[in-house]
Design a protein around this ligand. Structure first.
Ligand code: 5GP
Length: 176
């Protein structure tokens, strides 16, 4: 039988846009004149990255990394797989990773480990959402939009079983 799901709005479209504008100002101040490499982490980042990048008032290069750890599950498998590597050499570059949500932190930990070995000039993270859970990994998260409790979220790029990415707000997914 198909699971019934209810969506409970947690962060409104207005709140998201205001926060992204503010984050964009900070990033513009910090990265202007550095010609950084912005790296979106697929797939969930695509709306956050598109909105954030359009607020920036300096030139940057853009690339994407693909990872997969959840499949169609709502709990991380703990095993991260690289499904798409960068096309660009990061050596000596200022790199900013754009991530939709930091949950266990394992995905970012795995990616930071790979990228650090390629000797970037700097490596930082901008995340739209960070879940407030204890984490065993140390991550260079420099910019955070929102902190949420440990609930499963969808909308604004985030999916539930590949659905709801296009919602203009972020909602908790409640399965009945
Ligand atoms: P982590 O490795 O930090 O546990 O998980 C990172 C990735 O898992 C995120 O990039 C995102 O794709 C996915 N993820 C974690 N929590 C959620 C959630 O609440 N909703 C959705 N849709 N994806 C999540």
């Amino acid at each position: 039988m198909e699971a019934k799901v209810e969506l409970r709005m947690i962060i409104s479209a207005d709140e998201i846009h205001r926060k992204i504008e503010a984050m964009g100002c900070q990033i513009s101040n910090d990265y202007k004149d550095r010609y950084p490499l912005m790296v979106g982490i697929l797939k969930g980042c695509f709306i956050f990255a598109a909105d954030l990048l359009r607020t920036l008032n300096f030139h940057y290069e853009l690339d994407f990394l693909g990872t997969s750890s959840y499949g169609n599950d709502t709990a991380s498998s703990g095993i991260v797989r690289l499904t798409k590597d960068l096309d660009v050499n990061v050596e000596g570059r200022h790199v900013l990773l754009l991530e939709d949500i930091v949950d266990t932190g394992l995905t970012l930990h795995y990616l930071c480990d790979i990228l650090q070995r390629r000797n970037p000039a700097s490596l930082k993270i901008a995340a739209l959402i960070e879940k407030e859970i204890p984490r065993n990994v140390d991550l260079p998260v420099e910019y955070i939009g929102f902190k949420t409790p440990d609930i499963y979220l969808a909308g604004f790029g985030l999916d539930w079983k590949q659905l709801f990415r296009g919602l203009p707000y972020v909602a908790e997914v409640i399965e009945h």
